[in-house]
Ligand binder design. Structure first.
Ligand SMILES: Nc1nc2c(c(=O)[nH]1)N[C@H]1C(S)=C(S)[C@@H](COP(=O)(O)O)O[C@H]1N2
Ligand SMILES: [Mo]
Length: 172
């Protein structure tokens, strides 16, 4: 007997796909409860306010975290930076595009290939040496590439992508 002719299996399959679509609805991005630190917009599938994904501190902390101990052009000696992986953020919002524009509080913005976050453990650092980054020390979010693990990243292009005081990311 062909499997495709079994009405029981067909119904089972439909039920399974219905349940999984309800399941993914339930996993849609929660709403922020604290001050919004980061707004992600553009070519994304997961949103929580209009077409945008708004993140507060706790939501960012609940993404997959990474630490890297590295020197940077902005810090004396090595520091341990910690925060969500850029890759985890992209997955959470369902980013579809190839390029993102990362905007800072000081109106600086940089164009960054989405690939960078997929290929390297780029961190949206929220702390350095366990201290929360304040706006005055380049916070609340600082795009940190793992320069010490991958010294070839220390080049002019990547340095211009190392946006500090990040407030928004638009996926293009
Ligand atoms: N928020 C923010 N990030 C930024 C910049 C900026 O002006 N604002 N300049 C970028 C560029 S073009 C470079 S070369 C370096 C400059 O760092 P510096 O100003 O500390 O030398 O930071 C990058 N990240
Ligand atoms: Mo620059």
């Amino acid at each position: 007997m062909s499997l495709f002719r079994s009405p029981g299996l067909l119904l089972g399959g439909m039920l399974a796909s219905l349940l999984s679509s309800i399941g993914s609805q339930a996993l849609a991005l929660e709403a922020p409860t604290g001050p919004v630190i980061l707004v992600v917009s553009g070519n994304i599938t997961e949103t929580n306010l209009g077409n945008e994904a708004h993140f507060d501190h706790d939501m960012l902390q609940s993404l997959e975290q990474r630490e890297t101990m590295t020197g940077t052009p902005w810090h004396e000696g090595k520091m341990t930076f910690k925060g969500p992986l850029g890759r985890s953020l992209l997955e959470t919002v369902g980013a579809q595009g190839e390029i993102m524009r990362i905007d800072a509080l000081n109106d600086y913005s940089a164009s960054v290939p989405v690939e960078d976050f997929r290929e390297h453990d780029v961190i949206l650092a929220m702390s350095a040496d366990n201290r929360r980054l304040r706006v005055r020390d380049h916070g609340p979010l600082f795009v940190i590439y793992p320069f010490d693990e991958e010294p070839s990243l220390l080049n002019e292009d990547v340095i211009t992508r190392s946006v500090w005081q990040v407030k928004a990311i638009e996926i293009k």
